[in-house]
Design a protein around this ligand. Sequence first.
Ligand code: FAD
Length: 446
Amino acid sequence: MRRRAKVAVVGAGAAGLVAARELLREGHASVSVFEKSGRVGGTWAYDPRADADPLGRHDPDSPGGAVHGSLYASLRTNLPRELMGFSGFPMAGGRVFAGDPRTFPGHREVLAFLDAFAEESGVLTHVRLRTEVLRVRPLGNEQGERWVVAWRGEDGEVAEEVFDAVVVCNGHCTVPLVPKIRGIDKWRGKQMHSHNYRVPEPFRESNVVVVGLGASGIDIAREISYVAKEVHIAARYSEDRLGKIERYQNVWLHAEIDCIQDDGRVKFAEGSAVAADTILYCTGYRYHFPFLDLDGLTVDDNRVGPLYRHVFPPKYAPNLSFVGLPSKTVIFPSFELESKWVAAVLSGRVTLPSEEVMMAAVREDYRRMEEAARPKRHTHALWPEWVEYVNWLADQVGEPHLDARLCDMYERALKCIWSLDDRYRDRWEEEEKVHNGGDSAVSSVL
Ligand code: FAD
């Protein structure tokens, strides 16, 4: 007989919403989604506020401390709509949610999509808004047979409730990861993390060093370049493209920052140095679970572990799980497959290997990373092996593998992002036609 569990989900962003839908579909007895903010949608609810400290060096555990969202006002998705839907509830295909039909819509469209998904899937009625989870701990001395969730409601009152299982979906783009730069004590200018970037105006007529060449770094550098005097991007693995970026008037690509010189200028690894007003870190985020303090489960150099396939901590499986840790993959479809796996394991329809076997698999994953000289902090960054992961999840729950066309689309979207050409979003449809007609990918924009 299937187990019908009482499940708590922490967070009502895209991950928490789809996790709740899958738990309900699996027939679990009750699903409560705890959400500390006043609405669903998580990251996609644009928040014009920024942290008091531009580097976000507040204590993220302090009540009401951090601003959760990291979106900038102009943000458009970096993936096409087709890669951002859920099964039975696509974002592509004609339906428009907030009047923005573009293939790479602005953030309001994604938020409206998530609102509609929450409402129409029936998940919304299971969400407890303005309810912050303060602590999640195993009941008694158990190893996670049941879980106590302590939460604070809107009225400030703290309560506890026992659940059979907890699914953690608290989001991972809030606590800035800021690299240590040699000689930073000699820096007299401003520093900021992209978590607190909203609009380009404050950078008018200034010289800015943008650190990092991920999707946000590229978008922000480009946007700032329209108002700033000079923008210098410092990035690893950029050796083959160093120098002025042709397409822009005032943007240069450098190797990573070597140090801050005695004269206060920023020196790059290739040897050049610039005087700048601001260093803007687009260097990603730290995983952070302020409500979890569990024996044997750690975040070490941004590796959450040990976790079996990024979801189940072997010691506490199956009743504690994480949905939404992997990056550099098709994010929404990964959320959905992880959620289906969690829901099916909790019901007993799918079984996990023993704790020992899961631990051996984790150790093997770590060994392979080391062998490939991949840094620990990239544990949950799946590219280039993201397809294997997504399809492995699909196999666990008897779902079809990801359509090869979508796999190809994701790889092409990544190439577009890395091409440093901000026009890729508007040229996508045109390039798609060429691509689907058998011509060679998006080579013309790369
Ligand atoms: P979140 O959306 O962060 O949701 C987590 C929720 O948990 C929040 O609502 C938060 O309030 C709540 N919460 C946290 N702690 C608690 C607590 N203790 N108690 C109760 N509630 C809590 N992805 C794409 O697929 N395409 C893109 O184009 C794209 N662009 C991005 C651009 C930027 C700038 C950023 C930062 C991210 C982007 N992403 C993109 C990734 C994005 O993070 C995911 O799309 C996704 O929205 C993350 O969902 P989530 O549910 O994991 O986290």
